[in-house]
Write a protein that binds this ligand. Structure first.
Ligand SMILES: [Zn+2]
Length: 328
């Protein structure tokens, strides 16, 4: 093992910030000043040739969606938002392709990934790109962007999400879409679902899904078509902000929270929200196996194993299945 790697990583960040990259200059200058103060000297025995190259996977949402493997056949026809003869994957691709050279110029290795994720994909960050769309009655009302981590977010995934919240709206000027209409689906996106699929990221890969804008909103559409480079810049700068704070040798913060597998003590309903007043959405029995996605106020949000059912259940209604380990 290399001695003192985090210190060396800080030195690399310091070097990257000094790269004379014109498009990065505005954001990079204050960071460079900060990093210069805090960057420690490299250890005496440091290999001056060694440079850690961070790897980032950018998934072009819906790209070759029809080629998803059989385990995901059910969503092969989910081609996403559509506007004026342009499919969502083309917009996602346009942004990804423009962000890639910005990241590469900053010393990042970039994988552009189609809809199909290599099994157990590992990287220092995984970002799934999408555009939102809604039907005409509300198309003028919904606009802006949003970001989420997977369910079972590791501290590093939360760091990645935070970097987007800090940087992306500043660069693009886009408002945050407060309606949160699809956040639950976003968190359970198949690319994150290592607990369900082979073709998904590894649990330790920090991840976020971003809806870059609404392709169905006139103001957002003007930005998409007239200044797509702003979206790419916002994407690249958000990832670079995350990498500035990222220690590749700190593996503990990559682990998602672990929950054992549960079963209900008796037949009962799953609930829409974490309280008994909300609607019952699905009947379950002690034969069902429940994967916990989240905990809140003494309730668990659970997936019913082998189905796509997701709902809330009070903790006291559950019993743990012993000696079961679902993490790979
Ligand atoms: Zn999409």
């Amino acid at each position: 093992m290399l001695p003192c790697p985090p210190l060396r990583w800080l030195a690399l960040v310091w070097l990257l910030c000094l790269l004379p990259l014109a498009p990065l200059a505005v954001l990079a200058v204050p960071v460079a000043a900060e990093s210069r103060q805090s960057a420690p000297a490299a250890p005496a025995d440091a290999d001056p040739e060694f440079v850690y190259v961070p790897r980032v996977g950018i998934q072009v949402g819906h790209w070759n969606q029809d080629q998803l493997p059989s385990e995901q056949a059910r969503i092969r026809r989910d081609t996403g938002a559509y506007r004026e003869g342009v499919s969502e994957w083309e917009l996602n691709y346009m942004v990804a392709e423009q962000a890639k050279p910005i990241l590469e110029a900053a010393g990042v290795q970039v994988d552009l990934l189609p809809a199909t994720i290599p099994p157990g994909y590992r990287a220092d960050a995984f970002v799934s790109l999408h555009f939102d769309g809604v039907d005409p009655p509300i198309a003028d009302l919904r606009r802006g962007w949003k970001v989420t981590t997977p369910y079972l977010a590791s501290p590093k995934s939360l760091l990645l999400e935070q970097a987007f919240r800090e940087v992306y709206p500043t660069v693009t000027g886009l408002p945050y879409d407060e309606k949160h209409g699809s956040l639950a689906n976003m968190r359970a996106n198949y690319t994150f679902a290592w607990y369900r699929f082979e073709h998904a990221i590894a649990p330790e890969t920090p991840a976020a899904l971003i809806e870059l804008a609404f392709s169905t909103n006139p103001a957002d559409w003007a930005l998409i078509t007239e200044q797509p480079e702003l979206l790419a810049e916002g994407l690249a700068q958000s990832i670079l902000r995350y990498l500035e704070q990222f220690d590749p040798y700190q593996t503990l913060n990559r682990r998602p929270p672990y929950y054992p597998l549960y079963t209900p003590r008796e037949p009962m309903s799953l609930y829409d929200w974490p309280n008994y007043q909300s609607a019952g959405i699905e009947q379950i029995t002690p034969d069902n196996r429940l994967l916990v996605m989240r905990e809140q106020d003494g309730w668990y949000l659970v997936f019913v194993r082998g189905t796509w059912d997701l709902g809330w259940i009070p903790a006291e209604a559950l019993q743990r299945i012993p000696n079961y380990h679902r993490n790979r």
